[in-house]
Design a protein around this ligand. Structure first.
Ligand code: AP5
Length: 199
């Protein structure tokens, strides 16, 4: 069945600081996929003071989720822009059940689907340390303050982590240890993706 599908669409999942962006940057080159980071798109729009950026900023600064409607419309537009590509790595999306359902409906309308959710597993204290470290140089407002970092992690457990079940039910969930060198983690993720692509 898999051979008939032209695209490979992956959800790279995990809490803030798990390494989604770092790994997606490597994997997009390796597998020739389009990397869509909703966080990066929001930050770009905030920097350029677009309407979207203005409406998202207050949520992001506090470590809260941007409302689903705004996020889903933005995501769909981004997928649309890349029509004809080999597939997507979704990084930071979906984050709620409504987003996961919307993504499913949208990809189905394009005769494709999410083929796997791959979750990077990292302990909370390591996440906090990584983000505090990055906050020193990144200029990311949501990394600057430990309370905001901890709120992002809290929001992840309260609203986002449940999505593992959404993909487990579809037999599409893969958990990967997210602690180690960047290369080690790329190798672990690649093992999952290679197996998927062979199917
Ligand atoms: P987003 O940009 O998605 O941020 P996040 O999920 O908090 O993720 P991060 O970018 O912080 O972490 P990451 O897992 O990508 O790790 P990274 O590779 O950078 O979202 C930001 C905000 O936007 C949200 O809070 C929300 O407000 C809003 N938003 C975004 N999407 C949304 C959605 N769908 N719905 C609603 N709102 C949304 O690595 C982290 C650090 O660790 C880096 O410094 C890196 O160098 C380092 N590192 C990476 N790997 C390793 C390693 N193996 N060992 C040591 N250090 C490592």
């Amino acid at each position: 069945k898999r051979k008939e599908q032209k695209m490979t669409n992956l959800v790279l999942f995990g809490p803030p600081g798990a390494g989604k962006g770092t790994q997606a940057d490597i994997l997009k080159e390796k597998y020739n996929l389009v990397h869509i980071s909703t966080g990066d798109i929001f930050r770009y729009n905030i920097k350029n003071q677009t309407e979207l950026g203005i409406s998202a900023k207050s949520f992001i600064d506090k470590g809260q989720l941007v409302p689903d409607e705004v996020t889903i419309n933005m995501l769909n537009a981004e997928v649309e822009k890349n029509e004809g590509c080999n597939g997507f790595i979704f990084d930071g999306f979906p984050r709620t059940e409504a987003q996961a359902e919307a993504l499913q409906v949208y990809l189905n309308s394009k005769s494709t689907e999410v083929h796997a959710m791959i979750a990077l597993e990292v302990d909370d204290e390591i996440l906090v340390q990584r983000l505090l470290e990055r906050g020193k140089t990144s200029g990311r407002v949501d990394d600057a303050d430990e309370a905001v970092i901890r709120n992002r992690i809290k929001v992840y457990y309260a609203e986002t982590a449940i999505l593992k079940n959404f993909y487990k039910k579809q037999d599409k969930f893969y958990g990967v240890d997210g602690v180690g060198t960047i290369q080690e983690i790329t190798d672990r993720l690649s093992a999952v993706i290679d197996e998927l692509m062979e199917k």
